[in-house]
Design a binder for this molecule. Structure first.
Ligand SMILES: [Zn+2]
Ligand SMILES: [Zn+2]
Length: 154
């Protein structure tokens, strides 16, 4: 797996691609992510916003937050409502892609689990998982973990 990564919403109205390697990829077990996704955790694939290109359709946007003091714009498909990525207001260079919308999400693997304190009790962590009980003190740590795991990316 290497860039570009192609993705689309559930109905296919919106198609996009990521032209550079991701910055990091992690799993968040916080209660806000659980509620937002209607699931047990959220997957977050960080990419450079400049590397994210819309190929077809136009994502709808709504402003989320402030959640934990942070505001972001969620980009989603107005027709099928699939969320595609988020654009944090405080980090204009960053987009956080929902990796389940990639055509081939299986080639990428999260490097860490955050907010494990609120993980569902039945969730089984991989034996070598890197875990943070709450928010990591510095998200750059997750980018470093990603670089170590994927030395050719960057
Ligand atoms: Zn759609
Ligand atoms: Zn979260």
């Amino acid at each position: 797996m290497s860039a570009p990564y192609l993705g689309r919403c559930f109905c296919g109205d919106i198609r996009y691609r990521v032209t550079q390697e991701p910055i990091t990829y992690y799993l968040c077990h916080c209660t806000e992510c659980q509620q937002r996704t209607g699931s047990a955790f959220a997957l977050s694939l960080w990419v450079r916003r400049a590397s994210l290109e819309v190929l077809a359709g136009e994502p709808s946007k709504y402003v989320v937050g402030p959640e934990g003091g942070k505001t972001k714009t969620a980009c989603y498909c107005a027709r099928c409502t699939a969320r595609l990525w988020g654009e944090p207001a405080a980090a204009p260079d960053l987009a956080i892609v929902q990796p389940g919308t990639l055509d081939q999400p299986t080639g990428l693997e999260p490097v860490a689990h955050i907010w494990t304190r609120s993980a569902q009790p039945w969730f089984v962590f991989p034996p070598d998982a890197v875990k943070y009980e709450v928010q990591p003190p510095d998200m750059a740590e997750l980018a470093l973990l990603w670089q170590r795991r994927n030395p050719t990316s960057g």
